[in-house]
Design a protein around this ligand. Structure first.
Ligand SMILES: [Cu+2]
Length: 386
C-alpha cells in the first residue's frame, strides 16, 4: 500500500477540504463560545471550542489535525468570540512565544487572528487546547488531538510499519458547568458527569461505525489521548493483540503487550493492534474519579472491520442534499448515525439520529439562508433554504 494514501485518507477523513491527493497543512481554525453539542440523550449542550472557518461550525472535540513529520508549520486561528483564547500545542516542542500560555506568550483577543509556528520533528500523538483560564475553557470543550505522521507508513524512523491511524480522544464534562459557565467557580467543585470518546458517549458511541473502522487484517495504530478529568483505563480485547509502542510522542524502548492501559490527563499513547476478521469487537474505557477513586462510567468503542478497501470510508462519503434550494423538505441519502444541521451562524438548527435509507426533514418554517448538514462520520453537505 502506498503510505501516502494512508495520510491522504486520514486527512480527508479529518478535514473535508483535504480530500484532494495533496497533503497540506490544515486550513484556518476559529474559536467560538456559542457551540451546541448533541448529547447521547438527544439534548443540546452549550460548549466552547474550535472549528474550521470553511465549515462555519465547531465540533467537540475540535478538529483532528494531522501534519507530516519533518515539516515546519503555522497553525492559525481567528477568535470569533467575546473573550480571549489561545492554542497550546500540548507535547510539541515549541518555543516560548508559540506556547499558547497567555502569561508567557500571548492571548488572541476577540476578532484577532494569530498563528503558532512549530516544527513537527517528532512523529507521534499530541493534543491541543486553549490555555486561558485553562480549567474552565478546557472543560467547556476547547481541545482536540494532533498527529504527526510519517510519509513512509512507519510510526517513527526505523519503527514498525502500519496501515491506518484511528484517533481516540477521551474527555469528560460537567453538564452544569457547560450550562452555566459563569457559575463554575470554584473550579475544584467541577465533577464531570458525561464521558466521551471523540465527543460521543453511550449508545451513540458504541453503535458508531465510524469512530473506529479498519479493514480486517490491517495493522492499526490507535492514537490515544486523554483530556478527561478522570483517570482513563482502556481494556483491550485479547484478539486485538494490543501493543503499546509510543508514549507522549516518543517511541518506547521496548513494545509492551497489554490488556489494559491507564491514561492520566494530558497523556498520549500509540497502541498497535491487529484488526480482527470478526467485526464489532469492543474495547472498554473506564473513567475513574481521581477525587474519590470511584468508577464513574464505562464507555464502549466497537472496531468496525467491514471496510473493504484502504480508503473507504476514511475518505468522506459524499453527501448530496436535494432539492437545492429547498422550500418544503430537504432530502439526503444519509448513512445510519447522528446528524446535525447548522445554520450560517454555526448554531444547530436541527439534529437527530438517522436509522437508514432516505433521510428527509421539513424546512418550510426555517429562515431563508445557507445550511450545512453534518453526519457523525464527518461528511457534510450544504444547501439553501428559501
Ligand atoms: Cu479559551
Amino acid at each position: 500500500m502506498i503510505p501516502f494514501a494512508r495520510i491522504a485518507a486520514l486527512a480527508s477523513a479529518l478535514f473535508p477540504l483535504l480530500a484532494s491527493a495533496q497533503f497540506s497543512p490544515p486550513p484556518l481554525l476559529f474559536s467560538g463560545m456559542d457551540g451546541e453539542h448533541l448529547l447521547d440523550d438527544g439534548t443540546l449542550l452549550p460548549f466552547w471550542g474550535y472549528g474550521y472557518v470553511a465549515d462555519g461550525f465547531m465540533t467537540l472535540p475540535g478538529p483532528f489535525l494531522a501534519y507530516e513529520a519533518g515539516g515546519n508549520y503555522l497553525l492559525s486561528f481567528v477568535n470569533d468570540s467575546p473573550e480571549g483564547h489561545t492554542i497550546h500545542l500540548h507535547g510539541l516542542d515549541v518555543n516560548q512565544s508559540n506556547d499558547g500560555v497567555p502569561s508567557t506568550s500571548f492571548t488572541v483577543m476577540p476578532n484577532a487572528e494569530a498563528s503558532y509556528a512549530f516544527a513537527a520533528n517528532h512523529p507521534g500523538t499530541y493534543l491541543y487546547h486553549c490555555h486561558v483560564t485553562t480549567t474552565l475553557h478546557l472543560t467547556m470543550g476547547m481541545y482536540g488531538m494532533l498527529l504527526v505522521t510519517r510519509s513512509d507508513g512507519t510510526l517513527w524512523e526505523g519503527g514498525p510499519a502500519y496501515d491506518r491511524d484511528v484517533p481516540l480522544l477521551f474527555s469528560d464534562l460537567d453538564r452544569s458547568v457547560n450550562e452555566a459557565p459563569t457559575a463554575a467557580y470554584p473550579f475544584h467543585t467541577i465533577r464531570p458527569d458525561y464521558f466521551m470518546v471523540n465527543g460521543l458517549s453511550g449508545a451513540s458511541l458504541s453503535d458508531s461505525e465510524s469512530v473506529a473502522a479498519a479493514v480486517a487484517g490491517e495493522r492499526v495504530a490507535l492514537r490515544l489521548g486523554s483530556m478527561a478529568y478522570a483517570q482513563v483505563t482502556c481494556r483491550f480485547p485479547s484478539e486485538w493483540h494490543a501493543e503499546v509502542v509510543m508514549s507522549d510522542g516518543r517511541p518506547l524502548p521496548v513494545a509492551l503487550s497489554v490488556e489494559e492501559l491507564v491514561l492520566y490527563p494530558g497523556e498520549r499513547y500509540s497502541v498497535l493492534i491487529d484488526a480482527p476478521e470478526e467485526t464489532g469487537t469492543t474495547m472498554e474505557v473506564d473513567y475513574i474519579s481521581m477525587v474519590s477513586g470511584a468508577l464513574e462510567s464505562t464507555q464502549t468503542v466497537a472496531l468496525n472491520t467491514t471496510l473493504t478497501s484502504v480508503n473507504a470510508p476514511m475518505a468522506r462519503p459524499q453527501l448530496m442534499a436535494f432539492p437545492n434550494p429547498a422550500t418544503e423538505r430537504i432530502h439526503a441519502a444519509l448513512p445510519a448515525g447522528r446528524w446535525s444541521v447548522f445554520n450560517a451562524l454555526g448554531a444547530v438548527q436541527a439534529s437527530g439520529v438517522a436509522v437508514e435509507g432516505t433521510w428527509n426533514i421539513p424546512v418550510n418554517d426555517w429562515p431563508p439562508g445557507l445550511y450545512t448538514l453534518r453526519h457523525e462520520s464527518g461528511a457534510t453537505a450544504r444547501f439553501v433554504v428559501r
